[in-house]
Ligand binder design. Structure first.
Ligand SMILES: [Mn+2]
Length: 338
């Protein structure tokens, strides 16, 4: 399952830069920190870097205080490991072409939209989390799944599966999680801290933006303006609103459109999508220059809340219609076959 090339590259490297994606989630932190532990176990010198400052909910993860930002990354690495990230532009400013362009890149990821941008690409879309892959890597390296490693890896699996509720929660996922719990991973602590807690400010935000929620043809969506965000106290929202909107029983796809400014100060809209099991929002996100999973994906588009949402909602509705038709067709086929 793990290419010998990958293990050789790990064994041959000494100074390893490990990075993950912007707007990091539990799998980004879990896989980054776990990779650091695995490398240290092999006697390597890893540096762990993230584009974003570590949000409060991840600061207590083992090793989180050692993560550096773009300014402190520096040069002189002989391997760059990119975790849980489908394309290089998703790592943000921690990858600096002037310093890092000649370092061999190792990609370890489970996104089906991965662009295989490394010299070594280990991509397993059947895995529910990059942390699940690192369970297999730990096995291959004969590192026991205990202590801090178990805590980090369980965090990624629990958060990416929304505590074992996503359609990619296979027996293999549960088996990996079971081994991590046996090794000391604290399931209750992780779910309590990362899945069931929301800030008061987030409720203030939702109170505003749920007043203009829309539902049409199986697609539910709302928008978040800069003004609404500011009034609520700029809570971090991530995909939480899309994940909540998809629980509407009338919807098969959800979207949240958040107004932002890019680094040049130009207006962009961050789009976050969710799909009910059996539906796919990754294709739409990919077509719009983004990426993700069938059940959860996103993209960022230039423009404002006046022009971006109508176009994107039209694309989602078309995808929804096509997927619904394909499902009806396969049901009819199954009936004829009987
Ligand atoms: Mn992930």
């Amino acid at each position: 399952m793990i290419e010998p090339d990958l293990l050789t590259a790990l064994h041959e490297a000494d100074d390893v830069l490990c990075v993950s994606h912007v707007s990091p989630d539990g799998d980004a932190y879990g896989s980054l920190l776990a990779m650091g532990l695995l490398l240290r176990n092999l006697g390597k010198r890893p540096v762990l870097a993230m584009h974003d400052r570590t949000p409060r909910e991840f600061q207590s993860m083992p090793g989180a205080s050692d993560i550096v930002g773009p300014a402190a990354v520096g040069a002189g690495y002989d391997l760059l490991i990119v975790l849980d990230t489908s394309s290089m532009d998703r790592v943000g400013a921690v990858f600096q072409p002037a310093l890092h362009a000649s370092i061999p890149v190792m990609v370890i990821d489970h996104h089906i939209t991965n662009t295989y941008f490394g010299r070594i690409n280990w991509v397993m879309p059947d895995c529910a989390a990059t942390c699940q892959m690192l369970v297999y890597l730990a096995d291959a390296l004969a590192v026991p799944l205990t202590g801090k490693l178990a805590e980090c890896l369980l965090t990624g699996i629990v958060t990416d599966t929304l505590c074992f509720r996503t359609s990619n929660t296979t027996p293999d996922v549960l088996e990996a999680a079971m081994r991590l719990m046996r090794g000391g991973g604290d399931l209750v602590h992780i779910t309590q801290r990362l899945l069931t807690q929301r800030s008061y400010a987030l409720f203030k935000l939702w109170g505003q933006v749920l007043q203009h929620v829309h539902l049409e043809d199986g697609v539910i969506w709302t928008t978040i303006s800069l003004a609404e965000m500011k009034r609520a106290g700029n809570p971090s929202n991530d995909g939480q609103l899309s994940s909540t909107l998809i629980t509407a029983s009338e919807a098969n796809m959800s979207a949240t459109f958040t107004e932002k400014r890019n680094e040049q100060g130009r207006p962009v809209v961050e789009c976050s999508f969710r799909a009910r099991p059996g539906f796919d929002v990754a294709t739409t996100a990919l077509a719009l220059g983004g990426g993700g999973h069938p059940a959860a994906s996103g993209c960022t588009l230039p423009g404002t809340l006046n022009d971006v949402p109508p176009q994107v909602v039209a694309a989602l509705k078309a995808a929804h219609q096509a997927q619904l038709a394909a499902q009806t067709q396969s049901t009819n086929y199954a009936l004829t076959r009987e």
